[in-house]
Design a protein around this ligand. Structure first.
Ligand code: 5GP
Ligand code: ZN
Length: 134
């Protein structure tokens, strides 16, 4: 019994470490090694407030596993990609912006304006937004 629990913990730890990029700030937030205002965490994704909000609500939803950008997603990632949306929907309701509306953005590489290379979904709302934003 004790051995199997120890094996379980060891396997969880090694899985977490293998999925982690030690230089990535979002990996550190997902594993609790860096601080953030966490709003949600489950087996696949973590959500927290953006440190420089561009609107009254600005949440980032990320896969727990390090995926550099949309350019690196595979069919195996489809469960986690779906979870990003269901968590975004839940948080939009919780923030009271589901009805007024919000914008979901996933920036990719330089032209997309990506600055943190761990896939993330911005959930932005609480004010009327123009499109395109430039
Ligand atoms: P990107 O430009 O890559 O799409 O978005 C990266 C976002 O991450 C930016 O909105 C930026 O403010 C946010 N960000 C960068 N570093 C941190 C951090 O350490 N903590 C939090 N909460 N947000 C961060
Ligand atoms: Zn990462």
């Amino acid at each position: 019994m004790f051995i199997s629990f120890a094996q379980h913990l060891y396997s969880r730890l090694t899985k977490t470490l293998h999925a982690m990029n030690p230089t990535c700030i979002f990996c550190k937030i997902a594993t609790g090694q860096a601080k953030a205002t966490l709003l949600h965490q489950d087996d696949l994704v973590t959500a927290f407030r953006d440190i420089h909000p561009v609107a009254p609500t600005h949440i980032l939803v990320i896969p727990n596993r390090h995926i550099e950008s949309v350019n690196f997603v595979t069919p195996q990632d489809e469960p986690v990609l779906g979870r990003l949306f269901t968590v975004a929907r839940h948080l939009a309701e919780q923030e009271g912006i589901a009805h007024s509306g919000y914008r979901i953005i996933v920036n990719t590489n330089a032209d997309g304006g990506q600055t943190v290379f761990h896939l993330h979904m911005h959930v932005i709302g609480g004010q009327r937004m123009r499109y395109p934003m430039g």
